[in-house]
Write a protein that binds this ligand. Structure first.
Ligand SMILES: [Zn+2]
Length: 342
């Protein structure tokens, strides 16, 4: 088959590779669409240590089942599917407890952090365990289905934050995940305050439904938001960047007794305002990947309640993948999601 292979850091080559072999509990998926994730772009130069070459990246994908292993009963060739980005063991203690996203020895598709190497979906075919598959509704396209993963990450954060209808919520960082946080918070009936340093990200947040947009550097940001929330601050803030400054902005804007959900994951360590946390009884909640939110996201897409098309900047052939990775890496032209297709 043909695949886009990370042969060495910063070097992607579209070339012939052996077809993947499937285990008895796996299906072979003919890939119809695969989105380029920010984590692929960050990983591609070696800086995260999670894309050790040689590797076929790609974990935001959809396709058609081409073949099934002998233990697969529920799925058949021709089924349109998408799949979780996490391959988790079924007999793990955390999985059995309902938290498969925290399971030990879980692997992410298209990732090789040194302890494992699992080829992903920037290829003609990918091998997928049957327990992470989801059926794509007929009216959802393959390109839309390749966006489910990003929306599901945002929905998981909202579920972790247990937002209630009418809550005031702040979203710090309105890149791809932040935009889906805004959209889902609007569906949940919340008031949304979006904060980002990039004016075009803020414009996107406004289009996605945010009532208020702010640059974090503007004077008296905390007071302004307090003024719009009965002097208290927001009920829940979401941090979708992962750095000290933005985590601190998220904590700054939340009311006493409120919650901050951390989704961004760039800096290994950040500084926290201890006294504010203690005296304000703030709750800091980590949100990791996805825990079954795929079904809900597919329903939201199929029923037209969430639009993902406005977040796709380009749909391009896999053979041109290297070119698009380079554009994203050099941050050319404010690209949002780029989806590679056969
Ligand atoms: Zn991703």
């Amino acid at each position: 088959m043909k695949a886009l292979v990370l042969e060495e850091y910063n070097k992607l080559v579209y070339k012939e590779v052996p077809d993947p072999e499937i285990l008895d509990n796996e299906v072979l998926v003919k890939v119809m669409a695969c989105g380029i994730c920010g984590s692929d772009v960050h990983g591609f130069d070696g800086s995260t240590g999670r894309r050790i070459p040689p590797l076929i990246m790609g974990h935001e994908a959809s396709g058609v089942i081409a073949n099934t292993g002998k233990d697969v009963k529920k799925w058949k060739p021709g089924d349109r599917v998408t799949f979780d980005s996490t391959v988790y063991p079924l007999d793990d203690w955390f999985t059995l407890r309902g938290s498969y996203n925290l399971s030990d020895n879980r692997e992410v598709l298209g990732v090789s952090p040194g302890t494992y190497r699992r080829n992903g979906a920037f290829a003609e075919y990918v091998a997928i365990p049957q327990h992470i598959l989801y059926k794509i509704p007929d009216n959802v396209t393959f390109e839309q289905a390749a966006m489910v993963e990003a929306v599901a990450v945002a929905l998981h954060a909202i579920n972790i934050g247990r937002v209630r209808t009418g809550d005031n919520c702040a979203v710090i960082g309105t890149g791809m995940i932040g935009i889906f946080l805004v959209k889902l918070l609007k569906i949940s009936g919340c008031n949304v305050f979006a904060v980002d340093i990039n004016p075009s990200n803020l414009e996107n947040a406004k289009l996605a439904g945010a009532e208020y947009i702010f640059n974090p550097d503007e004077k008296n940001l905390k007071e302004k938001i307090a003024g719009l929330t009965s002097g208290r601050g927001v009920d829940v803030s979401f941090e979708a960047v992962g750095k000290s400054e933005t985590v601190n902005t998220a904590l700054e804007l939340v009311m006493k007794g409120g919650k901050t959900v951390l989704v961004g994951n760039i800096s290994p360590v950040v500084e926290l305002p201890l006294q504010k946390l203690v005296t304000g009884e703030l709750k800091i909640l980590g949100s990791c990947a996805i825990r079954g939110e795929y079904d809900t996201v597919l329903v939201l897409m199929s029923s037209g309640r969430i639009n993902v098309d406005d977040q796709v900047s380009a749909v391009a052939p896999l053979s041109e993948g290297a070119l698009w990775f380079n554009k994203l890496y050099r941050k050319e032209g404010n690209l949002k999601k780029v989806i590679l297709v056969p």
